[in-house]
Write a protein that binds this ligand. Structure first.
Ligand code: BG6
Length: 376
């Protein structure tokens, strides 16, 4: 049973273990003194070969695929190469035209998910080099890959994945930074800033965890709603997806994650007082693209309010525009655009957890689900 002193469920315990999981995952792989990411001995693909990769294919299932979706932005932004993300269960149907110049990354907490295992085997048959990101040492997917980057999140018992997910995103960022470092496509001072920001993440995660009681109150306020729409743009869209999946998995409530810009192409017809919106509207003011997307999200929220929607928003600390529009705002410590998603996920995990508890459900073992689907 969870640590009875503090946590009634594994899911809550694992949500609160995220600062330590991030620290354990990040710290051994960076040198602030030498301004370096050090994972070469783990991925076992020589730098010259890694430099020759023209494209990245990410294959995963469930929450792990959402981590891959966030990683896509990291690779494209830092390494300037295409990154595709596939449902592992769909990858084989695409008959992907891949070979030695495409790197395949399999993301799997358990390392035993049959779909992901099959996708990685197919990639290897086609000549693609493979790197597994897993939370279980010597798991099948890990041992069958060329290289493996373990998330050091510790055992994850709750069926809904939380600490493994945020640790997966940290590992993806480290891999992207390592590839950029190897291609000399990132200036040393920029890399130093990234490493400082990575090092600051666990402490910022601790700060975000203080919103647990607010999330419990929000779950209480909204526990009668049966449908939710989670929205985010760019790298925040995968977080909206996983926030929706968390709520779906543990509370049996219909929740959908959507790119915010897509609501005008259909979902807007659904938005009224009966469909609460969870809007990720953080902003990295040092990133012009982030500012532009933020302004669009604020405009979206104004429109949703005109349709009587109730809005729960995630905003950056110090923001006043979002909190003036949203019915409820949870503030996230400021972080760069590519790392903020790791922090944004925490309130959404807490909201889903408290929602399930409020409904009296078996939070750690939701009906019809298993921790790892080992049959295709
Ligand atoms: C599902 C779990 O069975 O498998 C999800 O309920 C998980 O939480 C998904 O994200 C993928 O599992 P893994 O181990 O491959 O990351």
């Amino acid at each position: 049973m969870p640590d009875q002193n503090k946590f009634p469920h594994f899911m809550l315990k694992e949500i609160f273990e995220q600062p330590q999981a991030l620290k354990n995952t990040i710290a051994p792989r960076i040198s602030l003194q030498d301004v370096e990411v050090r994972i070469g001995n783990e991925i076992r693909i020589i730098p010259a070969e890694l430099r020759s990769m023209r494209r990245i294919n990410i294959v995963a299932s469930g929450t792990s695929r959402h981590a891959g979706m966030a990683g896509q932005y990291m690779f494209q932004e830092l390494v300037h190469i295409f990154a595709d993300v596939d449902y592992a269960s769909e990858f084989e149907y695409r008959n992907p035209p891949i070979g030695p110049e495409e790197l395949t990354i399999s993301i799997t907490q358990s390392g035993e998910t049959a779909d992901t295992m099959a996708a990685q085997r197919l990639a290897r048959q086609k000549g693609s080099r493979t790197i597994a990101i897993s939370n279980v040492v010597n798991s099948t997917v890990a041992t069958e890959a060329d290289g493996v980057l373990y998330t050091h999140a510790g055992p994850e018992i709750s069926i809904a994945s939380t600490k493994a997910f945020t640790a997966q995103m940290a590992v993806l960022f480290l891999l992207a930074a390592y590839m950029a470092q190897g291609r000399e496509s990132i200036p040393k001072d920029a890399l130093r800033t990234w490493l400082d920001e990575l090092t600051a993440l666990p402490e910022k995660a601790d700060v975000v965890l203080q919103c647990s009681d607010t999330c419990r109150q929000l779950a209480d306020n909204f526990h009668r709603f049966e449908d939710f729409l989670f929205l985010g743009r760019a790298i925040h869209y995968p977080i909206a997806m996983d926030g929706a999946l968390k709520l779906k998995e543990v509370s049996y409530v219909h929740a959908e994650g959507y790119p915010a810009g897509e609501t005008k192409h259909g979902p807007n017809a659904l938005i009224d007082a009966t469909l609460p919106i969870v809007m990720i509207a953080t902003c990295d003011h040092k990133d012009p693209g982030s500012v532009l997307r933020y302004e669009k999200s604020v405009a979206d929220m104004r429109g949703f309010k005109k349709q009587s929607a109730r809005i729960i928003a995630l905003a950056s600390e110090g923001d006043t525009a979002v909190s003036a529009i949203a019915d409820h705002t949870i503030f996230i410590p400021r972080a760069p655009e590519l790392l903020a998603p790791i922090l944004e996920m925490i309130p959404l995990q807490l909201f889903a957890y408290h929602f399930a508890v409020r409904k009296g459900l078996d939070v750690d073992r939701p009906r019809n689900l298993v921790k790892s689907v080992t049959q295709e």
